[in-house]
Design a protein around this ligand. Structure first.
Ligand code: SAM
Length: 271
């Protein structure tokens, strides 16, 4: 089956940072913290299961709010944390993390630099996610491990909650049109890792629950609120739809599913 989608548009840093996910938006740090609170337990368990060892050289790409890089450094790893905008990572320099402003899609590291390379909720925003995976794999030393965690939006698209469903469909379209995000790509995992020549490839797939008032619900409210004006202006949804969705997301009775989270890993073959 043909799964490589290829370069769909020209990538610039501003595609990601210029709008909905700007790190200068007042609520962006909190949005990233909520994401970390929902995902970090799974990420740590996976690193541990994959044999993270003290002194490993680990690259954390698109480090965002920095909790994964901080935890890795606390495990004794030698951590390089990158992002297009490093303002939330800078404080980690004091904890021994090498912080770099670096674009994984256009800038390189020497081949064979790292024991682990990790990306979470980053690759789907790039024009050719398969190419991004191949780039990340090339920075592994022989025997090193690539760990990718990316979301897919299909579980939210047919939610039984009408307002949640409406704004989620609108948000998917908005992300496709503005950032360029492919919210379906992650379900092609782990094929892109196999294509990149990795061995011992594995996949874990789960669906994140969302309950009224929990961190996942608040994360969604911030995602939506950061783009509400632009989505209304584009005719994708009305203010009344957002107000109704926020009521659903805050209600103690609200129980639904959020994103599918696909976690894939594989090793670069030894010599
Ligand atoms: C949704 S956030 C996820 C942050 C973090 N990985 C986490 O899961 O908590 C995506 C992050 O990737 C960064 N990013 C997006 N495209 C990037 C690129 N081409 N190179 C490096 N970082 C990138 C963004 O600036 C943002 O901080």
């Amino acid at each position: 089956m043909e799964r490589t989608r290829g370069e769909r548009w020209e990538w610039t840093r501003e595609r990601y940072l210029g709008g909905v996910f700007s790190h200068g938006t007042a609520s962006e740090r909190r949005r990233l913290r909520l994401l970390e609170s929902v995902l970090d337990g799974h990420t740590r368990a996976r690193f541990t299961a994959l044999g993270l060892a003290p002194d490993d050289a680990v690259l954390e790409v698109g480090g965002g709010g920095g909790s994964v890089a901080r935890w890795l450094a606390g495990q004794g790893a030698r951590v390089t944390a990158t992002d297009l905008d490093t303002r939330f990572l800078e404080e980690l320099s004091d904890e021994g993390v090498r912080v770099l402003r670096h674009d994984l899609y256009t800038e390189d590291f020497p081949p064979g630099s790292f024991d682990f390379v990790h990306a979470r909720y980053v690759v789907i925003h790039l024009p050719d996610p398969d190419k991004a995976v191949a780039r990340l794999a090339s920075w592994l030393r022989p025997g090193g491990t690539l760990l990718i965690e990316e979301p897919a939006s299909f579980p939210v698209m047919d939610s039984p909650h009408p307002a949640y469903r409406t704004v989620m469909r609108a948000f998917r379209t908005h992300l496709e049109r503005t950032v360029g995000t492919d919210t379906g790509w992650a379900r092609t995992l782990p094929v892109p890792l196999e294509r990149a020549g990795l061995v011992g490839v594995g996949l874990d797939a789960r669906i994140q629950p969302v309950n009224g008032g929990d961190d996942e619900a608040e994360w969604w409210r911030l995602n939506l609120e950061q783009s509400r004006e632009a989505m209304v202006a584009a005719g994708l949804a009305a203010d009344a739809d957002f107000a109704a969705a926020y009521r659903e997301l805050a209600s103690p009775d609200f129980r639904d599913l959020s994103l599918a989270v696909l976690t894939a890993w594989g090793r670069r073959a030894e010599g």
